[in-house]
Structures are given as C-alpha cells and as structure tokens.
Design a protein around this ligand. Structure first.
Ligand code: FES
Length: 165
C-alpha cells in the first residue's frame, strides 16, 4: 500500500513527461488505458517508479491511484524500486533450463557479487529472472536492457558485461 504525504512531496512530473503522456491520450479510448504508457514514459526519465510518481500520473490522467498502482505492479517491466543502469534478465523457462541457464545465472551472481533481484554496489547492474523470451531455439537467452543475447555460454559472460560498463 502506498503511503505518501503529498503535502511534503516535492515530486513533480516535468514538462517533457507531461507532454509525452498527454500525447498518448489521443491514441486510447480512455485515460485508464494510457496508464502503462505513462508509467513507461516516467520510468524512462527516472529509471523507476516511486510512489509519488504513481500519484502524479493518477492526477494527470484522472485515474485512481489504485488503478495506476495495480498496472505498475502487474507489469514486470515497471520497476517500483531503484534499479541499476543496466538490467540483466536471464530466461529461466524450461528450454533455457535444459540448455544451462543455471550456470549462466551462477556466474553472473559470482562476477557481480549479487543475488538475483539485487543491484550491484556501483549501481551498474540489476539481475532479474524472466520467463521465456521467445527465442528458445537459441537458448540460453539473456536480455540486457533492450538487447537480446542468444546461445550464451559462461565463457562469453565477462566480455558481455564489460561491453555495458
Ligand atoms: S525458454 Fe528461454 S527463450 Fe524460451
């Protein structure tokens, strides 16, 4: 449950965020349907969605806080807490399991010195599991930010991580 004293909040959507969100309204039949786009717009600007952002989006769209919050928590692409500069998602579905995602996961956790769900101390990487990424024929599959990486082997991991630093 969100607990925000709005009177003490300095949070404001900036004009770029407001304009982008308002621009989306014309593509949807009702404001509620704009919620996910609004959340993505704010997350792109700020990296994650704080409670105050939920209230601000709610006010801008005229949609209840509960509705915005439920959309934000339903979609696993929306982050409700700060994340690293780079988001690593390893597929933990069945084909990637058969083809060894566990070795990839363990190596990532060792190199980054974090567990799945955590962010490195320097804020560079957050490690998350994800369900099937739709490229089972090229598993194991990793997604880093918007980039897909196929047929990943432990040997490839160090250079792959370096390329995102
Ligand atoms: S099971 Fe991993 S991409 Fe489909």
């Amino acid at each position: 449950m969100i607990k925000v004293n709005l009177l003490n909040s300095n949070f404001r959507l900036n004009s770029l965020e407001k304009n982008k969100i308002k621009n989306q309204i014309k593509y949807y039949e009702d404001s509620r349907s704009v919620s996910i786009e609004a959340l993505k717009i704010v997350q792109k600007e700020r990296g994650w969605i704080c409670d105050e952002a939920i209230f601000a989006i709610s006010k801008l769209l005229g949609v209840s806080v509960v509705d915005i919050e439920s959309v934000a928590t339903f979609y696993n692409q929306i982050f409700r807490q700060p994340v690293g500069k780079n988001i690593i998602r390893y597929c933990d579905s069945i084909v990637c399991f058969i083809n060894g995602y566990k070795d990839i996961q363990m190596l990532l956790e060792n190199i980054l010195a974090i567990k799945t769900g955590e962010t490195t101390q320097d804020g560079m990487f957050t490690l998350l599991p994800t369900c099937c990424l739709g490229n089972c024929d090229q598993s194991p599959v990793l997604m880093i930010n918007d980039d897909m990486h196929f047929c990943v082997t432990p040997k490839l991991i160090p250079n792959l991580l370096d390329s995102y630093k």
